[in-house]
Structures are given as structure tokens and as C-alpha cells.
Write a protein that binds this ligand. Structure first.
Ligand code: ADP
Length: 492
């Protein structure tokens, strides 16, 4: 047991503050983490409350379950304008979720709108989160904030709230994706946040004479910074991955660490997954997984040929995800034996490219330009291999899900992809997938070809890798223990 391991009996109170959380609202991996990590923490002797905006876009079936806990008026802005703060609560498997209700801020968007409106929205949300904790008289030991939307929390905590009960809490700020930072004009943030003028300086919020950056300020004020893999923690301190904040992060490096994400192994369990045609596990996948492949081919209007190599892609369709590499090698992917199933939404450039390939290569390509959890499960189960050739990837969850479902990942060696997918080694009969380093189409194609060679040429070793991946521990347990140790070290 390491020095900071939790002494038996110490039950820490942790408040999570973030802008999305499965199953209420999810646009990407942040939503998964906000759901799964609190559940893992309560198994680690923590008491967890998750604070979220009550977005109008949240499905009615969840809204109906909420219980009213109270309301108050809170001042915001430089002028001290007052705004309504309602608290609606629900409990799910031991985790309490407090939703902040305010129609002026949360009535539109999906849940995000555009930076101009999102800045006031998340200034309000960050301040209201602390006010809610005081109102509920539930004072956490640690407030764990997620991404730029919650990044003013550490700043409010040490300024406007430092002499209130919640002021004694420590703060952790986790970087899930540094690309999004909450940058705006200095007057805009000064007005909405109501934060004191002295914080709008270069070490804290200011980035140039006109603009400031909410994430930068939060990183300066947080007691600890984490990001979602050890490699990304290193990468963001370099100009290539630092998104303009590399020197700021190098300065704060003594309080920065990487803890890799896991996945919720109850939701992502191929043996109990009711969305699958034929659930399977590491013992019976050889007999059962082919039925999921056939079902995927049939539902996706692909030629139902068992021997084809099916490549899956479930992703936001943005530059981050390496889609220009896939676009560049698409004709080479179409060798007559390979099928591609895409699920995602995003940049019209990629949406249209995949629609075009679906038309061009009928029976071989299926482009599902939508967000759909059910189809995602079917792809993870029905595909043979899974593409994640990201330009950068803080952690990445899809490769973890793919491995758990016995679908072999093909990834670029960056961020969490590098930390979670060990390259296949034929001599040692070891590794989890096919990897490449340089961000070049030829390198991705080489990795795909290596995968195809093994799939078509040496199925025994391929199946061994599938079995190994399905047995790999991709759960939250180890990482939750690391977070608990971190909280404990901050509370000392
Ligand atoms: P990011 O957070 O950068 O989008 P991650 O790999 O961390 O990427 O997490 C993506 C999560 O969102 C995964 O759970 C993935 O299955 C899910 N996802 C992404 N796009 C879709 C989609 N179009 N439909 C359903 N689920 C999706």
C-alpha cells in the first residue's frame, strides 16, 4: 500500500462539477467519465455528488425523476445582477446528482451553443455549483472539476467563496481535452464572471491584450491538475499538443499528473449486452461473435459475407480523430475483402465524404451520420477491427470498449491510445492491436495492412489477441484508487 493510500474508515466527500454526464446528457468521453468514475469512487469509500446543469435537451424520462431541493437567488456579473438557482436532485446507485435549474442559461443548446453564449452559461454554472454546495450544507473535501466549463470553480473557490463554508474544499481540475478552452474577450468574461480585475493578468486569465482564457485561469488556481493519461500529461507540455498553454502547463507541472480513464464494465459488457444479437464472452466469442457480425452487416446493408474484414469507426467526425488519414487511404481500404462501418456526426466535410463512399462502394461501406448508442454497441461487437487514428487523443474510450468487445484496435501512438494499446508482437504473441506513430496516411495504411495480414493469414494468432483483449482490465478500479490517493494527499 503506498504512502497516500486511504486509511480504513476515512470517508471523503467529493463533489464532481462538469457540463455533461451519461445517461442524462452526453456528447463524448467526458459524459462517460462523469458517470463511471463517481460509481467507482463510491466503491472506494468516497461519498460523491455530481453537479450538472439542468439542460432542456435532457430526455423527459430523467427530468421526471428529479426532486425539488430548494432555490435561491445568486448574484453574477460585474454589476451584481441576480439570477435564479433551482436545485433538482436524483440518486442513482448511491451517487447523488444535483441539477442546477435556470431557464435563461440552460433552455437551449445541445447542450452547447456557441462560445459567446457558453461563456456566460458556464460562469453561472461554476459559481452556482459552489453556492449550491453551501445551500445544501454539504461541504466536500475535494471539488473535482472537469474541463473548461467548470474551470472557474477553483477561481471562485479561492476568491468569492474563500470565507464561506465550501471555501475549505480542495480543488482538482481534470483536462479531458485541451483543445476547448473557453477563450473570449477580456470585457466579456470580466462582465459575466464578476471576478476581480487582478485575476485578468498573464499568469492567470489573460492570453493577449484583448483576450482571456477560462481554462488557463482554472489551471493556475486548482490545487491539482490531472489529465486522462500519462502520455497526454507529457504531450500537453509541448508546443505541438499544448494548444497554446504548453508553457503555462510546464510552469504548473509540479501539480500535474496523468490518470488513465477506464470504462464502465457493466454498461460495456458483451456478455450481458441486451443490444447485441448474440452476447458473448472470452470463452465463447469464436462461436457467438460471428452472429453479431452478420447482424451488423445485415442492419447496415453490407454484403453478408462472413469472410470479409469489417472495420468499425465510432467517433465525433472532427480533425482531432485522424479522419483525413482515413479519407486519404479510403480507395486502398477497398480491396474487395474489407468493409467499413462508420458512426458519427461532426464536420460536414467528413460527413459528406463518408456518405460519398457509401454510394461509391455499395455493400462495402455503411455511413451512419447520426448519434446512436444502440448502433455503437452493434459496431463494437460486430466489427473485426476498430479505427482510432487520432491526431491527438487525451485518453480515448472507444479503443477500450473495442478491446472489451474483442474488436482489435488500430490506433495512432498518441495520448491514451499509446498507454492502453500495446502493439502486436508476433514473436512474443503479445500486444493488443496495431499501432503507428507518424501522422501519415501511409503509416495508417501499413497498420491496417498488418491487421489484414494477420486476420486473413494467421487467424489463430488473431483470435488469441481477441481473447487477450477481452480479458484485459479496462475497468475503472485501478484509476479510481489513484484518484482516491490523490484526494487523500490533498486533504492531508
Ligand atoms: P471524445 O470524448 O473525444 O469524443 P472518447 O473516445 O473519449 O472521445 O469518447 C467517445 C464516446 O462517445 C464513446 O463512448 C463513444 O462510443 C461515444 N460516441 C461517439 N460518437 C458516437 C455516436 N455517433 N453515436 C454513439 N456514441 C458515440
Amino acid at each position: 500500500m503506498s504512502e497516500n493510500a486511504v486509511p480504513a474508515g476515512t470517508r471523503r466527500k467529493i463533489a464532481f462539477v462538469g457540463s455533461e454526464c451519461y445517461p442524462f446528457v452526453k456528447t463524448g468521453g467526458l459524459g462517460d467519465v462523469m458517470y463511471a468514475l463517481p460509481r467507482a469512487l463510491i466503491r472506494n469509500n468516497c461519498e460523491v455528488r455530481v453537479i450538472l446543469p439542468l439542460y432542456n435537451c435532457m430526455p423527459m424520462k430523467y427530468k421526471e425523476k428529479l426532486e425539488w431541493k430548494g432555490s435561491f437567488m445568486m448574484d453574477l456579473t460585474m454589476e451584481g445582477r441576480t439570477f435564479f438557482v433551482g436545485i433538482m436532485e436524483t440518486e442513482m446507485d448511491g451517487v447523488i446528482y444535483d441539477f442546477i435549474d435556470n431557464k435563461e442559461f440552460f433552455d437551449w443548446g445541445n447542450p452547447y451553443t456557441g462560445l459567446w453564449e457558453d461563456i456566460p452559461k458556464y460562469c453561472y454554472f461554476s459559481k452556482a455549483s459552489l453556492a449550491v454546495l453551501n445551500y445544501l450544507e454539504w461541504i466536500p473535501d475535494v471539488i473535482h472539476c472537469h474541463d473548461w466549463q467548470a474551470s472557474l470553480v477553483p477561481m471562485y473557490l479561492k476568491t468569492r467563496f474563500n470565507v464561506t463554508p465550501v471555501g475549505k474544499a480542495k480543488s482538482v481540475l481534470t483536462i479531458h481535452n485541451l483543445r476547448f478552452q473557453g477563450i473570449c474577450s477580456i470585457p466579456h468574461l470580466k462582465y459575466w464572471s464578476g471576478l476581480p480585475d487582478y485575476l485578468f493578468n498573464y499568469p492567470v486569465l489573460k492570453i493577449n491584450e484583448q483576450e482571456c482564457n477560462m481554462f488557463k485561469g482554472g489551471l493556475a488556481f486548482a490545487d491539482w491538475i490531472t489529465t486522462v493519461s500519462a502520455t497526454y500529461a507529457e504531450e500537453i507540455q509541448t508546443p505541438s499538443y499544448g494548444e497554446g498553454l504548453d508553457s503555462h502547463l510546464r510552469y504548473h507541472q509540479p501539480k500535474l499528473s496523468g490518470i488513465v480513464n477506464g470504462i464502465d464494465t457493466d454498461i460495456w459488457n458483451s456478455d450481458t449486452d441486451t443490444l447485441l444479437e448474440a452476447p458473448y464472452n472470452a470463452e465463447n466469442f469464436l462461436e457467438r461473435k460471428p452472429a453479431d457480425k452478420q447482424n451488423l452487416q445485415s442492419e447496415m446493408q453490407l454484403d453478408q459475407v462472413a469472410g470479409r474484414f469489417v472495420l468499425g469507426l465510432v467517433s465525433r467526425l472532427t480533425d482531432q480523430k485522424g479522419l483525413d488519414l482515413i479519407d486519404a487511404i479510403f480507395p486502398d481500404l477497398m480491396d474487395g475483402n474489407t468493409q467499413v462501418v462508420v458512426l458519427g456526426t461532426g464536420d460536414p466535410r467528413y460527413e459528406n465524404a463518408f456518405r460519398y463512399y457509401e454510394q461509391k462502394y455499395r455493400g462495402f461501406v455503411s455511413a451512419n451520420i447520426t448519434y446512436n448508442e444502440g448502433i455503437a454497441h452493434k459496431i463494437y461487437a460486430g466489427a473485426d477491427a476498430f479505427l482510432v487514428p487520432s491526431l491527438f487523443e487525451p485518453c480515448g474510450l472507444t479503443q477500450l470498449i473495442a478491446m472489451r468487445y474483442g474488436t482489435v484496435p488500430i490506433v495512432r501512438e498518441t495520448g491514451g491510445l499509446k498507454d492502453t494499446v500495446q502493439p502486436y508482437n508476433a514473436e512474443l504473441n503479445d500486444g493488443n492491436g496495431f499501432t503507428f506513430d507518424k501522422y501519415l496516411p501511409a503509416k495508417l495504411l501499413e497498420a491496417v495492412n498488418n491487421a489484414r495480414n494477420l486476420f486473413f493469414g494467421d487467424r489463430w494468432h488473431w483470435d488469441e489477441m481477441v481473447r487477450r483483449n477481452m480479458q484485459k482490465d479496462v475497468s475503472w478500479e485501478k484509476s479510481a484508487a489513484q484518484y482516491t490517493e490523490l484526494y487523500e494527499s490533498l486533504c492531508k
